[in-house]
Design a protein around this ligand. Structure first.
Ligand SMILES: Nc1ncnc2c1ncn2[C@@H]1O[C@H](COP(=O)(O)OP(=O)(O)OP(=O)(O)O)[C@@H](O)[C@H]1O
Ligand SMILES: [Mg+2]
Length: 427
């Protein structure tokens, strides 16, 4: 068996040291930069979510200094080695604090490639030596953040997020009754409607508390959680007065996800609008991106472009799962395999059009997986719950519909050379 990949988190407000370390590691499969933090809150959140092997912290981090962040990390009892980057040879006091915080290695800027890689490797080996004989914590590894997103509005993202949460909660309830395993976080401040889908009227939402704070703690989050009879816990960020609230800041979303992940086995996030900071941070932090795509040509085209964008932004293909949603009765004229060929991605699930159950379930605030567990849409959602994490395969070329999509030459070339074309699909 080969050496494990060393997962690295870098915290650096200026970004220069971070860029440099990334450039040192580019192309080396032994290392993977799993996160970049620009301040202490992000660093703590990412450390809890991504569980890196090595955390590299620049001492010039603002507003909390790097050494203070190392001290905070030490208190968290994480299984990560820390490295501190300083601008110049340090004083005795800093050295003492470094020792007390268990910082493994020190890097002095300007960074040198060989020295940086040696330090990362040494820090990793030292930590591995310390943990020799320890047993891993399986619960941490099985926690999942699933971001439900999609390139266009009105494609069924909230419908999928709500019903999938209920389906997972029901399944989890069967295996360990009485426990709360699933939280649905609606992070859409301006137009979040997951609470309506569940017929819940939150007393306060995340947008109420986030206006005055840069991060949230567990106590604050606990005070906002709402329980649904399905076993799903809801955290809503939807503002009651839509246009008076700002979007959630990076700090808020990072700390929220860290708290939820530490509390629940499954955190589903209804991301809402794409291209926002909330969306970018959530996609970065999550384990799985569920891309909900309406099954008609304009929406497939938008989805194809969005998928290209995600892959070009270095999201691993296996992190992205496509859900095809027949929002129109006519959607079935496009087969699943045609959609897969257009998207160049496997469809993990296809939710059929349900002209009665779906709109009724939304208007009544009763998820259809609970009220009509055997209808085809519910079966698709249950199948999706079971399928999350399935492999991405390879497959055949596109024909008829392709011509109507009007890709430019560059994107066609990119598609044919870079993408794996899928074979496996949903029925
Ligand atoms: N499979 C389906 N069958 C019938 N109607 C559907 C289906 N999926 C979605 N719809 C309809 O599409 C509408 C939009 O769904 P939903 O609100 O979940 O989309 P969204 O992507 O979350 O939109 P938004 O941009 O508002 O966040 C709903 O009112 C619902 O009635
Ligand atoms: Mg929605």
């Amino acid at each position: 068996m080969g050496n494990p990949i060393i997962k690295i988190l870098i915290a650096d407000s200026e970004g220069a040291a971070c860029d440099k370390i990334c450039s040192f590691l580019t192309g080396d499969p032994a290392y993977q930069v799993v996160g970049r933090a620009v301040n202490a809150d992000e660093c703590m959140g990412l450390a809890l979510i991504k569980r890196p092997d090595v955390i590299i912290v620049h001492n010039g981090l603002k507003p909390t200094s790097g050494i203070e962040v190392c001290e905070q990390l030490a208190l968290q009892n994480l299984d990560s080695a820390t490295l501190l980057v300083v601008a110049q040879a340090m004083d005795e006091n800093l050295f003492r604090r470094m020792m007390a915080a268990g910082v493994s290695e020190l890097l002095v800027a300007p960074l040198q490639k060989n020295r940086a890689i040696d330090a990362i490797r040494n820090a990793f080996d030292k930590k591995a030596g310390q943990r020799h004989g320890d047993t891993p914590v399986p619960n941490e590894d099985s926690r999942r953040i699933i971001a439900v997103t999609g390139p266009r509005g009105g494609c069924g993202r909230t419908m999928v997020a709500v019903n999938l949460s209920c389906a997972i909660a029901k399944a989890a309830e069967r295996t360990s009754p009485g426990s709360k395993h699933v939280v649905l976080a609606d992070v859409n401040v301006r137009a979040g409607d997951a609470a309506t889908f569940l017929d819940i009227r939150p007393q306060r939402t995340l947008s109420d508390v986030s206006a005055a704070a840069t991060s949230v703690d567990r106590e604050m989050i606990e005070s906002l959680l709402e329980n649904h009879p399905s076993g799903v816990t809801l955290l809503s960020a939807a503002a009651t007065e839509p246009y008076e609230r700002q979007e959630l800041s990076r700090g808020i979303i990072v700390s929220t996800l860290a708290v939820l992940r530490s509390r629940f086995r499954y955190t589903l996030v209804d991301v809402g609008v794409t291209g926002t900071e909330v969306s970018n941070v959530t996609l970065d932090f999550c384990d799985t991106i569920l891309l909900v795509v309406g099954a008609d040509l304009p929406r497939l085209r938008a989805a194809r472009l969005y998928l290209c964008h995600l892959l070009e932004s270095n999201f691993p293909r296996e992190k992205i799962q496509v859900v095809l949603n027949d929002i129109q009765p006519e959607s079935k004229t496009i087969s699943t395999s045609q959609a897969e060929t257009i998207l160049e991605a496997v469809v993990a699930a296809r939710v059929p059009h349900e002209g009665r159950f779906v709109p009724d379930s939304i208007n009544l605030g009763q998820p259809f997986v609970l009220t009509h567990p055997n209808c085809p849409a519910s079966q698709a959602i249950h199948g999706l719950a079971a399928k999350l994490g399935a492999d991405i395969g390879k497959g055949s070329a596109v024909k008829g519909l392709w011509k109507r999509l009007h890709w430019n030459a560059a994107s066609q070339a990119f598609a044919s050379t870079v993408y794996a074309v899928p074979t496996r699909g949903a029925s």
